[in-house]
Design a protein around this ligand. Structure first.
Ligand code: NAD
Length: 290
């Protein structure tokens, strides 16, 4: 397949490399100078997109997605698939998809879970909004870049699934870190805490797969000085998207709001910027109630 790939950063770079390694003809564009194995670079987004059967975007936010879409949608071939894998607000996803559909394109919003390791290993999970025909056309590409693709319904529903998932993730990571800090003060050994919770009803991905306590559980960013796998700043971005969506939809999300406020303080007023989102544990260590 002839594929255009726009946004070749930490996630997009390895995703594009996996598509090229699987034999697809991939033409890339990024505003930063990048070089990706097997991917030929175009001088602009429009040139990466023109004439391709599928154009994939993996960009930082909704405003940038809207700007890139305005550039590429007019030059894309009729019937082509516009596959956005960025995490953006539901409104931007729906606006871009509506514009693409008006011009005879099949638009999918397909944000991912699995992080940089998943992008490199081709084990991402895709949550996909858009039409069935576009989903079927993109499915072989999801199978190369990921291990699972869930069709969540019409445009915007992929982003809706992503921000709901990450609202759960943010809140469970915080409470897991709080619980470790409480357990420390109660004199409970961290290994015992992990052994109990990871096999009891408090278990979660945050505890079992990404334990925030160093030296306990599987290897995680906690064992690497909290250097980001998933940065606290990105968690804050996703939590803010969840709160923006909750406000627009009139949904009551008090724990999501509390998690957003805690990550905002951590990133913007404390030392969380540039650290992994599980560095909430050292944040809570040594703190008291007052
Ligand atoms: P990144 O900053 O590493 O990559 C974004 C790339 O987009 C950069 O290379 C940048 O130069 C490029 N870019 C910016 N503006 C552009 C433009 N106008 N035209 C072309 N290229 C442009 O970010 P990332 O970690 O790869 O994340 C990309 C998306 O994936 C984000 O929406 C993020 O929320 C989401 N995501 C990231 C992770 C993760 O663990 N990093 C996990 C899941 C989802």
């Amino acid at each position: 397949m002839k594929i255009g790939f726009i946004g070749l950063g930490n996630m997009g770079g390895p995703m594009a490399a996996n598509l090229a390694a699987a034999g697809h003809e991939v033409t890339g564009f990024d505003t930063a100078p990048v070089s990706i194995d097997g991917v030929s670079m175009a001088p602009s987004a429009a040139e990466a997109a023109a004439g391709r059967e599928v154009v994939i975007t993996m960009l930082p936010n909704g405003a940038i997605l809207r700007a890139v879409a305005a550039e590429i949608v007019p030059v894309m071939a009729g019937g082509a698939v516009f596959l956005d894998c960025s995490t953006v607000d539901v409104d931007s996803a729906r606006a871009v998809a509506a514009d693409a559909a008006d011009r005879g394109l099949m638009a999918l919003d397909a944000p991912v879970s699995g992080g940089i390791g998943g992008a490199q290993g081709g084990t991402l999970t895709f949550m996909v909004g858009g039409g069935a025909e576009g989903f079927a056309k993109a499915k072989p590409l999801f199978d190369i870049m990921g291990q699972k693709a869930v069709h969540c319904g019409p445009s915007g529903n992929g982003q809706a699934a992503k921000i709901c998932n990450n609202m759960i993730l943010g809140a469970t990571m915080i409470v897991t870190c709080e619980a470790f800090a409480l357990a420390d003060k109660l004199g409970l050994d961290r290994q015992a805490m992990f052994d109990v919770v990871s096999t009891s009803s408090g278990y979660s991905w945050s505890m079992n797969a990404y334990c925030p306590a160093p030296g306990v559980g599987p290897t995680s960013p906690a064992d690497n000085g909290y250097k980001p796998g998933f940065a606290a700043d990105l968690m804050l971005k996703d939590l803010r998207l969840s709160q923006q969506a909750a406000e627009a939809a009139d949904a009551d999300t008090p724990l999501g709001a509390a998690a957003t406020a805690l990550y905002a303080a951590f990133v913007e007023e404390e030392d969380g910027k540039g650290r992994d989102f599980s560095a909430m544990l050292p944040r809570f260590e040594g703190r008291g109630r007052g």
